[in-house]
Design a protein around this ligand. Sequence first.
Ligand SMILES: *Cc1c(COP(=O)(O)O)cnc(C)c1O
Ligand SMILES: [Zn+2]
Length: 502
Amino acid sequence: MKLADFPEALQPHLIPAPGGEMIYRCLGCQKTFPVQKLLYTCPDCRQVLMIEDPDFDRLKKVPAALWKKIFDFRKALKIPALSGIYRFHEFIGPILPLEAVVYLGEGHTPMIAANSILQKRAGVPFYFKNEGQNPSASFKDRGMASALSYINYLVQQGHAQNILAVCASTGDTSAAAALYAAYLRPHVRCAVILPHQKVTPQQLSQPLGSGAAVFEIPGVFDDCMKIVEHLSERYPVALLNSKNAWRILGQESYAYEIAQAFDYDLSRLAVALPVGNAGNITAVLSGFLKFYDAGILRALPKVIGVQSEHADPVYRYYQEPDPKKRRFVPVGVRPSVAQAAMIGNPVSMPRVIRLVDRFNETAGRQRVFFVEVTEQEIMDCQLLANRNGHIACTHGGESLAGLIRAVEAGQVEKDETAVLDATAHAIKFSGFQERYFSRTLAQEFNVYTRPELVNAPVLMQPGGCALPEPGRPLTGADLDGFVKTLSDAIAKALNLKKSPEQ
Ligand SMILES: *Cc1c(COP(=O)(O)O)cnc(C)c1O
Ligand SMILES: [Zn+2]
């Protein structure tokens, strides 16, 4: 629809003009800094930052009913800059003009209802929100769209030029960073640092295909993170990890979309997601809180953070019931099929601690829960989900395993509905499925192959008929014999009975 075709009262609100204010706030010393400079940590105390809008109160003045209409009607506009995460422009990047927005098709991922078999297994109705349907096939595109739109804005304003963007990655951050940086050539170049052999071949192919400089180093993600932190403190590079608070803003769109999908009534909803570096859960908590603060949500949903027993520092932190006694201790990670969340020292932990407190306080009761699952549960749940029509990666399996645990523990009740974050596309992590099927997952994963979940191709090598060879297709009676022999063999393997003669 064209702007003139929308209700007149809505027209002035549909296409956002740059406005508001944005500042970095340090979570340690509370100092604030202008966003006209790229900052990742507080220059004074080195703590992580969040981005705030000091003029947020202006958003509260817009009635909730009007916000809901604005977001719904924006769906019908044909403007690329408002087709992705910036449908929620006022909450994600109010100072950015639409000309700065980089839109590559991210966001508005489908929510797919679980069939009755899966629902029965979980104990509650639920949906997978398919983040694998983002352009680089994971949710990281939401944060990159925000971070690179901001960088594009700095370039357009003359605040920055010839930017080298760097990130450490368990695979998906580098895929997304390289894709969005490639779009901004020649102003932005990209370098990614990966733990050698700890990203999948599909993930490795992505930054290579996008033309990024790719460095593989010995160690795990936490080691790569130390290196990019060192680089970003000493060289003029733009850090694209979720330490960069702009990433968090973009990923808040996930929460806004869920709110919109349920017509802003989340009082009986639980949202489950895997937790690695904890940027995603930070964004989800922050997003729901902002919609609540603006009066758009009347109730906060439950949020279930899920971790594998092989990388569980956040879960362990919340195991201590007395908040005063809680102490964060990084853990050494063990191999995990949820490899993109295999992180022992999450950069966003201070943000999580702050936001979980605020979330529960705002709700007046506990709404955030952390659960732990086994590697076995993660693999089995992923395969089960996909056998019932989904495209979940191992981390999507982790979300489902976490939901099952949360239902068993009474944290999610039978009359509630859940949305599970399937954080990436199944094919990025198909190697784990392959190794599960072929029983070649290393011992240290602690995963046993359930025979009933195994699947493998059957090679048909019939005797007694001619076979096609390269460059020599069969014809005539040879072809007829080949077709009949193979069809009969496949029908036999499938236990098919011949249809009655016509
Ligand atoms: C990055 C990632 C995670 C973990 O998200 P964090 O923000 O690091 O907690 C989970 N699943 C997939 C597929 C990812 O790429
Ligand atoms: Zn500080």
